[in-house]
Design a protein around this ligand. Sequence first.
Ligand SMILES: Nc1ncnc2c1ncn2[C@@H]1O[C@H](COP(=O)(O)OP(=O)(O)OP(=O)(O)O)[C@@H](O)[C@H]1O
Length: 312
Amino acid sequence: MNATAASPPRAVDAEAQAGRPAARARHAYVSVEGIARRYGATTIFEDVWFGIERGEFVCLVGHSGCGKTTILNILAGLEGPTEGAVIVDGAEITGPSLDRAVIFQGHALMPWMTATGNVAFALSCRHRGWSRAQCEAAAREALKRVGLGHALDRRPAELSGGMKQRVGIARALALEPKMMLMDEPFSALDALTRGSLQDEVSRLVTETRQTAFMITHDVDEAILLADRILLMSNGPGARIAEVVVNTLPRPRTRANLHHMPGYHALRDHVLDFLISRSAAFDAAAPPAGWAPRAVPEVRPAIESPPPPLAAE
Ligand SMILES: Nc1ncnc2c1ncn2[C@@H]1O[C@H](COP(=O)(O)OP(=O)(O)OP(=O)(O)O)[C@@H](O)[C@H]1O
């Protein structure tokens, strides 16, 4: 089914009444149901099923070209799938909505507006009944939460790359969306700025329990932020090959992460997938226990064998 901007929202129950078998994803807050993207004879990915629970942070990891951004765009309603559908909170996605805030690599700020103005503008679109003063007050609060209390009146040209990205994060959080979508939001930043923003987002995620979906190439970033990491096989014909449950406790910071028991097993597991299993995955001859609607979940941080005892 191709979700286009013109198609009306469809209640989940209608699908159940039509006799389509219930999938595990169906019960989740966000339910991705058998989506595919094809360009002519080329299938980028297909039969992709997964759910996101309310308040869950899910990362999607996979090699370049497997279709990660396309999946994020479908969740954002910026494009429709060739097949399948995405249901959020009981209704099918049929186009973009302020219910789903997107943070891109580039910050997409309006250059003529101050930081406060950029956030306040988004808020005025979200809350039509709010006065300008209300929007600006809420915008200032959101900017303070991401450490920009000193830069409220600066325009994007007067902000560093990291500060601009913070404005984008503040804007997304201020909208209190049903879901936050992030496409490699830190990849354009220098390592130091990236690290501090990752820690801040980790803190905000722990505080707000914002439902989030993020694409990243950075395995440590996924481990820092995600409750579950979806591992995508290589394209063409990519699939969700495995779901890694991140059992490391919160709060997590970059400084404490690598001291946590299980961190190295988790990291090795994801890296092994990217290095070898992602290319070897074959949906026609899948690993034992794999099915597109019931992708195996693994917990490497607690399933790994304990480290050998030190010699006396
Ligand atoms: N209009 C198009 N026609 C044909 N192929 C396309 C078109 N748009 C995108 N593609 C292909 O779809 C595939 C998936 O693109 P997408 O950007 O979703 O991948 P990605 O996994 O996010 O990659 P990256 O990690 O490099 O950002 C790519 O191989 C791309 O070449």
